[in-house]
Design a protein around this ligand. Structure first.
Ligand code: IPM
Ligand code: MG
Length: 368
């Protein structure tokens, strides 16, 4: 198969980790007889520096044409003083919105060799396997433009959701639960917010169409606590944009490091943007020590969700698991025994392990 992939390295460690992804894409292509054509464009702070906008029209156009998009990370101190509209983050939010990528899938599953790298007790996290589904193009992130009032002494941010925006993400969550363990936890703040009450109504209506899926409602504060005290009780979690942003960072501690988490932002026709959950990490940028695994696992999600290449995706995930089992780790992982490696060395280990083997022994259908 020939696929066109747009790469958006962005800022900070973005360049280094997207470089790793390129090696893995090339290796996967040659192992499985595909051809991936890679096109690189600017986004975020890098785009501000060159084009005076975080999301140049050329980047958006190329992304619209692509079969899939891989993004590194955006943001950094350098651009912090810019007004909201010009900040690097606006590039990421803009492309999510412009391409209609409303469903953000953030799988959280620990690798066996990293159980002890989590600050949580092993018996608590052992066996946890969660798919967080975050609504990505609505809510507080995309309400009416924020406003300062009363000479800057008051402020308004708006939380807006149309019914159909809630319906489509809730549908996606029910469908995903069916592909996993048929359990859906809907997270809201229905004891305070009207938007959450509408969300809950829709979940209850939809649950009639999916009688085989067990549904639970959880308030976001309680969900935040249970996520790290009883993570095993969750299968699929679905929630609105802001709650999902917060809970997915929190959930990353189950895997030992935020650097491990991949994500897919997709729409109904399968077009998707893939990116690690972590940010641009300006403090370690350029040092060659960033963990490339969240990005490499995002490549696996791209192969699976946008290209229907299940075997290839499984092979990439297995290569990651094997590299960790061989004892390689990057600085973000709190590991006692093993070999501390650079971004480049970790990437080389994954590429080395990426050979065609039977899918049956893989970890692998976890990222559905
Ligand atoms: C994420 C990030 C973004 C978000 C930022 C960079 C705008 O935190 O993808 O989780 O808040 O969505
Ligand atoms: Mg976030």
């Amino acid at each position: 198969m020939n696929k066109h992939i747009v790469l958006l390295p962005g800022d900070g460690v973005g360049n280094e980790i997207v470089e790793s992804a390129k090696h893995v894409l090339h290796a996967a292509a040659s192992e499985f007889g595909h051809s991936f054509t890679l096109h690189e464009y600017a986004i975020g702070g890098a785009a501000i520096d060159h084009y005076d906008t975080p999301l140049p029209e050329t980047t958006l156009e190329a992304s619209r044409e692509a079969d899939a998009i891989l993004l590194g990370a955006v943001g950094g101190d350098k651009w912090d003083a810019l007004p909201a509209e010009k900040r690097p983050e606006k590039g990421l939010l803009g492309i999510r919105k412009a391409l209609g990528l409303f469903a953000n899938l953030r799988p959280v599953k620990g690798f066996p060799s990293l159980l002890h790298a989590s600050p949580l007790k092993e018996h608590i996290i052992d066996g946890s396997d969660i798919l967080i589904i975050r609504e990505l193009t609505g809510g507080l992130y995309f309400g009416k433009p924020s406003e300062r009032r009363d000479n800057g002494n008051a402020v308004v941010d708006t939380l807006y959701y149309a019914r159909d925006e809630m319906e489509r993400i809730i549908d996606k969550a029910f469908q995903s639960a069916r592909l996993r363990r048929n359990h859906l936890t809907s997270v809201d703040k229905a004891n305070v917010l009207e938007s959450s009450r509408m969300w809950r109504e829709i979940v209850n209506e939809k649950s009639k169409e999916y009688p085989d899926v067990v549904v639970e409602h959880e308030l976001v504060d309680a969900a935040a606590m249970k996520l790290i005290t009883q993570p095993n009780q969750f299968d699929v979690m679905v929630t609105e944009n802001m709650f999902g942003d917060i809970l997915s960072d929190e959930a990353s501690v189950l895997t030992g490091s935020l650097g491990m988490l991949p994500s897919a932002s997709i729409r109904s026709d399968g077009v998707g943007l893939y990116e690690p959950v972590h940010g641009s990490a300006p403090d370690i940028a350029g040092k060659g020590i960033a963990n490339p695994l969240g990005t490499i696992l995002s490549v696996a999600m791209m192969l699976r969700h946008s290209f229907q290449m299940e075997e290839e995706a499984a092979a990439v995930e297995r290569a990651v698991r094997e590299s960790l089992a061989q004892g390689y780790y990057t600085t973000d992982l709190d590991i006692k025994n093993g070999q501390l490696v650079s971004t480049e060395q970790m990437t080389a280990a994954v590429v080395e392990n990426l050979t065609v083997k039977s899918v049956s022994d893989s970890i692998c259908n976890i990222y559905v």
